[in-house]
Design a protein around this ligand. Structure first.
Ligand code: AP5
Length: 215
């Protein structure tokens, strides 16, 4: 079992990069944000707790996240390769992941750290639109759909995420700085961290990431 981690602030481009990489390098894309949004849809008790955290831009408790990850990765074969997007997000989650991988004879091979200036994040997230049906991600100026509000892939309706409002985005950026940014040094000291200048275009980011992962 092998894990690649995409690390970066909200709007750094983790999901956009993952969508291309999963086809290129043949791995299972696991986004904890997407998993949580699916749990919320089912309207269970866990979903209600997660919804409150996500709508304010705070992190969902570590124990809940680690339970979700454990049940997700334990279903896969020993030679599975995971691409984690938005996980881990705290030192406690990183330690939990390490324990899970050790039990499954797995390891973290790469951590791709998407580096982008904080002032770039707000306009990226305010302009993001997502397809209700297939989850394809657009941006009203950087990557607009051919028809306003309509997905190019399947004609689905595009929507703005409820946590992509300015006040919530600013809290998400603060939460990232305090709780997630310490993972940069954590993984750098393990010798698995690679910085990517995520202010470049999505295509350039994909090319750089491919070079790192395939060489
Ligand atoms: P999550 O869904 O993971 O959100 P996030 O980490 O804040 O990241 P985003 O999805 O907002 O951004 P992204 O980096 O994927 O950027 P994207 O590619 O879409 O988490 C949401 C919430 O769930 C959290 O706040 C928390 O409450 C909870 N949660 C999730 N995981 C958790 C965990 N492990 N522990 C605890 N709580 C957790 O791009 C953004 C926009 O920019 C798009 O419009 C895109 O088109 C555009 N764009 C992308 N790349 C570029 C580029 N290179 N140039 C120009 N535009 C670009």
């Amino acid at each position: 079992m092998d894990a690649i981690i995409l690390l970066g602030g909200p709007g750094a481009g983790k999901g956009t990069l993952a969508a291309s990489l999963k086809k290129d390098i043949g791995c299972l894309h696991i986004s904890t944000g997407e998993m949580l949004r699916a749990v919320i849809q089912s309207d269970c008790e866990i979903g209600q707790a997660a919804r409150a955290c996500m709508e304010s831009g705070d992190l969902v408790p570590d124990a809940l996240i680690l339970d979700l990850i454990q049940s997700r990765i334990s279903r896969e074969p020993d030679d599975a390769r995971f691409l984690f997007d938005g996980f881990p997000r705290t030192i406690q989650q990183a330690e939990g992941l390490q324990d899970l991988l050790s039990q499954l004879n797995g390891k973290i091979s790469y951590v791709l750290n998407l580096v982008v200036a904080p002032e770039v994040l707000l306009p990226r997230l305010c302009g993001r639109r997502t397809c209700k049906t297939c989850g394809a991600v657009y941006h009203i100026t950087h990557r607009p759909p051919k028809i306003d509000g309509v997905c190019d892939v399947d004609g689905g309706e595009l929507f703005q995420r409820t946590d992509d409002r300015e006040k919530t985005i600013l809290n998400r950026i603060e939460v990232y700085k305090k709780q997630t940014a310490p993972l940069i040094d954590y993984y750098r000291t393990q010798g698995v961290l690679y910085d990517i200048d995520a202010s470049l275009s999505p295509a350039e980011n994909v090319a750089i990431a491919r070079d790192i992962l395939l060489n």
